[in-house]
Design a protein around this ligand. Structure first.
Ligand SMILES: Nc1ncnc2c1ncn2[C@@H]1O[C@H](COP(=O)(O)OP(=O)(O)OP(=O)(O)O)[C@@H](O)[C@H]1O
Ligand SMILES: [Mg+2]
Length: 335
């Protein structure tokens, strides 16, 4: 596997891919019009791991398929490696490796044999296949028939297949689907390694937000075919809501005291029972909260600042987008 690009992580900036206002409508079997992408715009900077997030049916797979030339956009533009698609598709195809909607291999053949056959298409031999198997941790299982592989092993073989042509851009649609926690962690380590050691750029759709938060440099959140949040993970988290968790015996009394002090309070149930979430007022609201509560004879068992997680950012983004959609009366698709 030759290394084509060794861009270090700190030279982010060059765009490998740019979607601009991409629209894709399907006609369903019932003749209904279904808008999968509705002005979809996102960029994929070189050397980054980009997470594509969104609820079921929001357009993630369609966007990745459009990039790979598997579906054709009705409007908007997609550029990859400086070329306009679909005109430049053949030229950029060799620079992308992909795993979309699960791998397709021959059940009776071993993992290695399957990859060797795939390798022939890419003009790569046994050495490259062995290296790809090693990267995904399948060396031991290489000679076992594919039919005996677990779901996780199948997914990993799919990723190995996508790596054979030493792509600069790896496009993976839900590669962590069905993997157990250890396999998910291995996949995450693989992405980091491919980015850091090979300068690979990776775009990965996923529903496993905690993993995306750990591995991705950027995330793009899509809803109804439109991007509703986009940016470096750190920035999105910083802009996310931060609140203070207050665990106190008399939740009702504490709530009214804090609300009378002008604070935004919501009741919640934490792992240890009822708690209050107080909207952030200062970088360290602890002393102020303690003072207000103590003045009313209320002494919290726990007071802690909670930073937003990617899941919070995601849920908020979806809620806001839905509220805005409701407010503007945006309708679904019509037949
Ligand atoms: N070939 C097709 N024919 C008709 N409708 C389609 C087709 N492909 C996708 N769609 C529709 O386009 C919308 C977006 O689908 P897409 O598969 O891109 O979503 P997704 O974000 O990948 O969802 P999931 O998280 O479930 O994988 C959905 O409403 C889907 O039903
Ligand atoms: Mg999908």
């Amino acid at each position: 596997m030759t290394v084509r690009s060794t861009a270090p992580k700190d030279t982010l900036g060059e765009e490998l891919v740019r979607f601009d206002g991409v629209v894709k409508r399907f006609r369903t079997s019932l003749g209904r019009r279904q808008t999968a992408l509705d002005g979809f715009s996102m960029t994929i900077p070189r050397g980054s791991v980009v997470g594509l997030l969104g609820p079921n049916g929001s357009g993630k797979t369609t966007a990745l398929k459009a990039l790979l030339g598997l579906v054709r956009a009705d409007a908007g533009t997609i550029r990859a490696f400086g070329r306009q698609l679909p005109e430049g598709q053949a030229l950029v195809a060799s620079r992308m490796g992909a795993l979309i909607e699960g791998p397709a291999f021959t059940a009776s053949l071993s993992g290695e044999r399957n990859l060797r056959l795939l390798g022939e298409l890419h003009g790569v031999g046994a050495e490259t296949v062995a290296e790809a198997l090693e990267l995904v941790g399948l060396t031991q299982a290489a000679r076992r028939p594919y039919s005996g592989y677990s779901l996780g092993m199948k997914q990993r073989l799919g990723v190995a297949g996508a790596l054979l042509a030493a792509p600069e851009l790896l496009v993976l649609d839900e590669p962590m689907n069905g993997l157990d926690p250890e396999a998910v962690r291995d996949m995450r380590a693989l992405f980091t390694r491919l980015r850091d050691e090979r300068g690979m750029t990776i775009v990965v759709s996923s529903h496993i937000l905690a993993e995306v938060e750990l591995v991705c440099d950027r995330v793009t959140i899509v809803r109804h075919g439109t991007v509703i949040r986009d940016g470096p993970v750190g920035e999105l988290l910083d802009r996310g809501t931060v609140h203070t968790v207050v665990r106190v015996e008399d939740v009702t009394a504490a709530r009214s005291v804090l609300e009378r002090a002008g604070l935004a309070v919501t009741a919640a149930v934490g792992p240890q029972g009822p708690e209050l979430h107080v909207g952030a007022t200062a970088a360290d609201p602890g002393p102020a909260l303690l003072k207000v509560l103590a003045e009313h004879g209320l002494y919290p068992q726990e007071l802690r600042l909670r930073q937003a997680s990617l899941e919070d950012v995601y849920i908020n983004a979806i809620r806001e987008a839905d509220a805005a959609r409701g407010a503007t009366g945006a309708a679904g698709d019509v037949g």
